[in-house]
Design a protein. Structure first.
Lengths: 211, 211
DNA sequence: GTCTATAACCTGATAGAC
DNA sequence: GTCTATCAGGTTATAGAC
């Protein structure tokens, strides 16, 4: 058990609201919208359930808020990479290094994405347009095919979905794989994850290359 | 809504039990262990909840039974491919064609695997040894590296996890991707899926190849 | 703004009739 | 073997005091 997020000593609407959002991101990342317990979010925040309804009206809206925040964080980050200045192979590697680094810092991103697809079939992701998660990747792939870098038969849509799946699955399965890594209990440890990043980036680049 | 599975006209223990298992596989594939509703499974089967407890004692055991069945089906199928008789690149392609064909027929396999990792962190998969799902794949990768077919730096463990992720994610996201495929509402339609299989097998093979 | 108390609901499981 | 009825537990959401 982690210790609860610090709660403002005095009454502070903004601090409380932000604190609830942080705790909610963790809880939704662990259990999904349906499985998350508002009681747990409240406890982690150091307030009562009533506060969640005071600030967010209900669990569903809180979830929307978490998705929005997580999602716009990612969007801004991708923009900051300045992909158009790179060659397609460079851009592809950059996207995945960056995505994997974020996943390492905030594993919730991966599990929230998958939970959302599985539990809600993308209902809430559609509200905030999941396309902008895939479109930078698809653009790079299209550019790479047009420029002769990538395999001409490559379908940018299937390919981008497959690549995102590759990036996301390892994290989601990390506690399911103890039998594969009997010697290493923590697949999110720095060393193991660094190796994972190298393997994954190499695979991503190889997978699309023209030959 | 699908129509309920046919129920034996007369009392038939075996038929009822099998029918519950079928309905349960669908329900667990759609909602995971936690989200599945025994009421829904019963309704789909055409019996009452009490029958589930009569045959399987409780929801958890029913889930175990579904996992066991799904899993052993897959295991037998992989054995039947006779991978040792193939070269590593052939074997790799064969594994994925076969896996994708099964996913097309029974998409629940993919979602159950991911739900199990996410919701239960592999607790029940560990009971039936998830390793045997990955080990045929890892063996082929090791053989391919040793034989000079595959990239010598390739780590069989990270690689096999990534590849499984690629195979599984598309199905799990199929209803999350309408914005990417505005022209094609059903990503499980025969044509679209056939294209997906070709793209995916090509990517898998490319990803590991020595260059 | 924050808390306590409780309403309203849902779900897994059981008892007992047929 | 199968059903009906019901219990026990847990969860979201709200009302109202402070």
């Amino acid at each position: 058990m982690k210790e609860p997020h610090l709660k403002a000593a005095t009454r502070d609407a903004d601090a409380t609201k932000a604190s609830i959002l942080d705790a909610a991101e963790e809880e939704f990342g662990r259990y999904g919208l349906q499985g998350a317990r508002t009681e747990a979010i409240a406890a982690q925040t150091g307030v009562t359930k009533a506060m969640i309804h005071y600030y967010f009206e209900n669990k569903e809206n809180l979830y929307r808020e978490v998705l929005r925040r997580t999602f716009s964080r990612r969007s801004l980050q991708i923009e900051s990479l300045n992909l158009p200045a790179m060659t397609p192979p460079e851009a592809l590697a950059a996207i995945f290094r960056d995505l994997l680094a974020e996943i390492f810092k905030h594993p919730t991103i991966a599990s929230i994405l998958v939970f959302e697809s599985l539990q809600n079939r993308g209902k809430y992701y559609r509200e905030i347009s999941v396309a902008s998660l895939y479109s930078p990747l698809m653009e790079v792939l299209e550019r790479g095919v047009a420029g002769g870098y990538f395999c001409p038969k490559l379908d940018p849509r299937h390919t981008s979905v497959n690549l995102v799946g590759m990036a996301v699955f390892y994290i989601c399965s990390r506690e399911n794989l103890s039998s594969l890594w009997p010697d290493e209990p923590d697949l999110l440890s720095g060393e193991i994850f660094a190796g994972h990043v190298e393997t994954t980036v190499a695979m991503v680049c190889n997978a699309v290359l023209r030959r």
